[in-house]
Design a protein around this ligand. Structure first.
Ligand SMILES: *Cc1c(COP(=O)(O)O)cnc(C)c1O
Length: 482
């Protein structure tokens, strides 16, 4: 399997998985995607059902990933999956699972990893893949990233102990929840550097961009990224769509729908890939919060990115995005994999006008039918009501992001657009967002034992002014000492 850019011409050279693993964007500014999606049939699914039941999640992951990765020997890939998806990190060998709620909804549990959010699912594998590939190349990697919450802690916990990887993670000072801060700042390792920037998340992201714009500095320190546009993260997520499908069904004739709380379109992009592969997915229900760039596109055909002033801070903060960085992958498929057209839309039209208008195209008209997408928006009031209603009816407490998914899924079921069962992906545990849980229920959730006393641990974080030279100096001195 080789990979091409979403902005490449049809005859552009293709790259191997190992090459694109350590790169971010393609040189032409596009995103890497497989040349074609592997297809699976009922017999493959039946064999995967057996594998999942007898050998657990890691074995299934290796079988699925093998279809996309042909430059890592199968035995090595299996070993990497075994190391990424352990019972120790994820609670048990099945790693993910489903819980039935009344009225056709099932919760797909993806947040049993070290940082209690679904980002662990991809990040734990990415940590293993990075270490493997860096070893093979006898190289090191310096990750410089910005986070407003879940990505940073998932990345740090995944890269911890990987001897060839250093992490510098920028956070907006005082702006993450106490729990999210503690998850990152409690890490005590010289290769992991937490930085609290005097500013907001966009300032952190601008600093990362400025460091990356200095080509000499970037090359001298082997600077890379772990953001959600990395194809390895998307493909790691394809696995849990398969696993949850198998857990929710008993035969390959059954179809299910998925509802996905969405921000950067990374999670649901993996669902789209799984559906294109032939996994029996009926609908993909995309849920946004008040920052509904994506729901607006699926309703109108116009994709209009927002400025940071127009991006609202909500109670499902990990979905507060102004622009969905993985969306280009879906548009590439929608437009018949025409890289020249995608380059024109995302490389020229979007930067010039702030939007892309596909409303008059035949592809947009056929979108729902062909790709199964349904979308909706959920608000703060919806989240609170849904958290309270689900807790009252079934005793299950869901986090605010998952509540956006349940809200939109229930509405779609009631209006008959979607049939049961709908598996709503649980993207975080409620313990991460306890202020909103208290607001919805009048009481807090019980804290899992693994997180007891987290906020009381010593903090390892360096304060930094919003200044790129100060950041570069910090990176240089830290790298000289590890
Ligand atoms: C990252 C995140 C999301 C959004 O996922 P995308 O892949 O960006 O669409 C939703 N919920 C939680 C809790 C997250 O951390």
């Amino acid at each position: 399997m080789k990979y091409v850019s979403t902005r490449g011409a049809a005859d552009a050279p293709a790259r191997s998985f190992s090459d694109i693993l350590l790169e971010g964007l393609a040189p032409d500014g596009g995103l890497y995607v497989p040349q074609s999606y592997p297809r699976i049939d009922a017999a493959t699914l039946a064999s995967w059902r057996e594998l999942r039941a007898t050998q657990g999640y890691a074995a299934l992951a290796a079988a699925v990933l093998e279809l996309f990765i042909d430059d890592i020997p199968a035995a090595d890939l299996r070993a990497l999956c075994e190391r990424a998806y352990t019972a120790e990190a994820f609670g048990d060998m099945s790693v993910v699972g489903v819980t039935d709620l009344p009225g056709g909804i099932e919760i797909g549990h993806l947040s049993n990893g070290p940082t209690a959010a679904f980002k662990d699912m991809a990040m734990q594998l990415l940590g293993q893949l990075f270490e493997y590939e860096l070893e093979r190349r006898d190289a090191t990697l310096t990750i410089v990233g910005a986070t407003s919450g879940d990505t940073g802690s998932a990345a740090e916990h995944a890269m911890l102990g990987k001897s060839r990887v250093r992490v510098f993670m920028l956070t907006p000072r005082g702006r993450m929840s106490p729990f999210q801060q503690a998850q990152m700042f409690s890490i005590d390792d010289p290769a992991i550097v937490n930085i609290a920037v005097e500013g907001v998340f966009d300032d952190c992201q601008d600093l990362v961009k400025a460091v990356n714009a200095d080509a000499a500095f970037k090359a001298a320190h082997s600077i890379g990224a772990v953001n959600s546009i990395n194809w390895a993260r998307v493909v790691a997520q394809v696995v849990y769509y398969v696993a949850l499908y198998l857990d929710a069904t008993s035969s390959e004739d059954e179809r299910v729908s998925f509802a996905v709380p969405s921000g950067n379109f990374g999670n649901i992009c993996a669902g789209h890939v799984a559906r294109e592969m032939g996994l029996p997915i009926d609908r993909l229900v995309l849920a946004t919060n008040e920052n509904n760039v994506l729901a607006e596109f699926f309703a109108t055909g116009v994709y209009r990115v927002r400025g940071s002033a127009e991006t609202r801070a909500t109670s499902s903060p990990s979905m507060d995005i102004s622009k969905a960085s993985n969306f280009e992958r879906f548009v590439f498929d929608l437009l018949g994999r025409d890289g020249v057209r995608v380059r024109q839309l995302f490389g020229e039209e979007l930067p010039a006008t702030g939007s892309i208008d596909l409303s008059a195209t035949p592809e947009f008209a056929a979108l729902g039918e062909r790709y199964g997408f349904v979308a909706g928006t959920s608000t703060h009031a919806d989240r609170l009501a849904t958290i309270a209603a689900e807790a009252a009816h079934s005793g299950v407490i869901i986090d605010p992001h998952t509540a956006d998914g349940v809200t939109v899924a229930r509405r779609a079921l009631e209006s008959g657009i979607v049939e049961a069962p709908v598996i709503v992906l649980e993207t975080a545990l409620p313990v991460k967002f306890s202020a909103t849980i208290v607001e919805a229920l009048g009481r807090d959730v019980e804290r899992p034992a693994a997180f007891a006393g987290l906020e009381n641990l010593p903090r390892h974080v360096i304060d930094l002014p919003n200044d790129v030279d100060a950041l570069k100096a910090l990176i240089e001195t830290s790298l000289a000492t590890v």
